[in-house]
Design a protein. Structure first.
Ligand code: PBG
Length: 328
């Protein structure tokens, strides 16, 4: 055949393919989410998240150290609180001697070079299982919630958090938290805004991990509708940029790769994507059934999130993927 173009010429050799590769995947691009609980020498399995556990502080530190040694620069911490510490106002969330503050202090002391991303939202502390305060009517109260979120962020900053990550989707919380941090002298603590966060069934396993599913209703009055369009994505991202966010986020990742691309193309802030618990669970289930090759599927999946435009990825695969990347 007399073909003018033969793209296969450039795929002939591994060196050529390596030379032309446009998307990199490295441990330095991962943030490893971890669940911590009270106690010692305790590791609890989480149904639907094989390989991920709730760790007591001592084991969490060991585990995080292992990830850091493999080149993972940051962990995202979530507290798994005993149910008797949860109440309607989430008051344990601004306790400077509570589990989360103690964990943050210990991490900063033991692993000072590991960046700490800490979650701001009411759900791990709330007896209602919502990210905000719930009124008698069932309505999620915005401004009253934001006041609590600021207190929560300040507690985390005092304990040593590097990056405050509000995952609650209340209006105006990025500006309020930025202002609160600045007034308290924490102008160097960064804010990673969960700017585009959908109401998603992919969060199921995470809610089992924290026993934090909503007691009634759903999260659709604050998290975004997945059938919404790009204008809402632009609006939410713009608002968080204007309010002082240091990072934008798209969450979940895999059903929203197009959204990652849109945010990447329109904003110049660093962008992270959250490869969430349900996405992790599906790969784990298919690979343990022998339907897919886990290692190859994970690396292909994480690369697709990078190709879509994410600078960094929050992923439960971080530790294993870092190990595989090191092995080559
Ligand atoms: C809640 C929060 C959720 C996740 C992170 N923070 C769940 C939710 O919004 O209900 C989900 C993460 C995952 O599924 O891995 N503030």
């Amino acid at each position: 055949m007399n073909l003018l173009e033969r793209p296969r010429r450039l795929r002939r050799h591994p060196s050529l393919r390596g030379f032309l590769k446009e998307t990199t995947l490295e441990a330095s691009q991962f943030i490893y989410p971890m669940f911590v609980l009270e106690g010692e020498n305790t590791a609890q399995d989480i149904s639907a998240m094989p390989g991920i556990k709730r760790y007591s502080l001592d084991l969490a530190l060991e585990h995080a150290n292992e990830a850091h040694a493999l080149g993972v620069p940051a962990v995202a911490l979530f507290p798994a609180l005993a149910n008797d510490l949860k109440d309607a106002r989430g008051s344990e969330s601004w306790n400077d001697e509570g589990l989360f503050a103690r964990v943050i202090r210990a991490f900063k002391q033991e692993l000072p070079d590991l960046m700490l991303v800490t979650d701001v939202a009411l759900d791990p502390y709330s007896s209602d299982g919502h990210d905000g305060l719930v009124a008698e009517s069932g309505e999620i109260l915005n401004d009253e919630t934001v006041d609590i979120l600021v207190q929560m962020a300040l507690t985390q900053a005092r304990a040593g958090a590097d990056i405050i990550a509000p995952s609650d989707m209340m209006d105006g919380r990025i500006g309020a938290i930025r202002g609160g941090l600045d007034r308290a002298g924490f102008e160097n603590v960064a804010v990673m805004a969960y700017s585009t966060k959908y109401a998603s069934s992919y969060y199921g396993p995470f809610r089992t991990a924290l026993d934090s599913a909503p007691k009634r209703g759903d999260k659709k009055s604050y998290q975004m509708d997945y059938a919404g369009g790009y204008r809402e994505v632009m609006r939410e991202s713009r608002l968080d940029v204007e309010q002082g966010a240091d990072f934008l986020m798209v969450k979940p990742a895999l059903a929203y790769l197009d959204v990652i691309r849109v945010v990447r193309d329109h904003f110049d802030l660093p962008l992270v994507a959250y490869n969430v618990s349900g996405e992790y669970a599906m790969i784990k289930a298919a690979s343990s059934a022998g339907y897919v090759d886990e290692r190859k599927i994970v690396l292909e999946t994480l690369t697709s999130i990078r190709r879509a435009g994410a600078d960094g990825i929050l992923t439960y695969h971080a530790l294993e993927a870092a190990r595989w990347l090191k092995e080559g």
